[in-house]
Design a binder for this molecule. Sequence first.
Ligand code: URA
Length: 174
Amino acid sequence: IVVCTKCRLSEGRTHAVPGEGDSKADIVFVGEGPGYYEDQQGKPFVGQAGQLLNELLESIGLDRNDVFITNLVKCRPPQNRDPEPNEVSTCTSLYLEKQIDAINPKVIVTLGRHAIREFLPDVGSISQVHGKVFRKGKRYLVALYHPAAALHQGNLKEQLKKDFQVLTKVLKTI
Ligand code: URA
């Protein structure tokens, strides 16, 4: 991943951000793509959204090291624009799909609308599906709001905190 040049997002990157955590985790979190700090450090969710993610994990008794955290695209889109469909499909078919196959988690948690669409293309808007649990093959899929969106909208933050509790329930069943 760190030497990939398969799409133009590689042209603007400082570091690619493959993901990090437990390579045998039961839970994989999938965000959208690296932001400024992630690009600088080569690590996922290390900026403000990452701080919130850490707090949310802590609220259900988990630590970043207990899960695996990654993104749909591994290189920062310019000015943090949305990743384009061809960038997402190139990157996910080369990397995310293989990461998920290799880790073989029981639960995939999608953060934001882009990530849930990757797994359930026909799903409604994120405001309709947040906090819901789906089944995709042998895995559970939990759709959550993106922590960055929650940082800017207080009501989403409260909702995201509540939705995170759903994970506790799912973890009891696996
Ligand atoms: N937002 C994301 O979607 N991913 C990150 O790694 C950081 C912020």
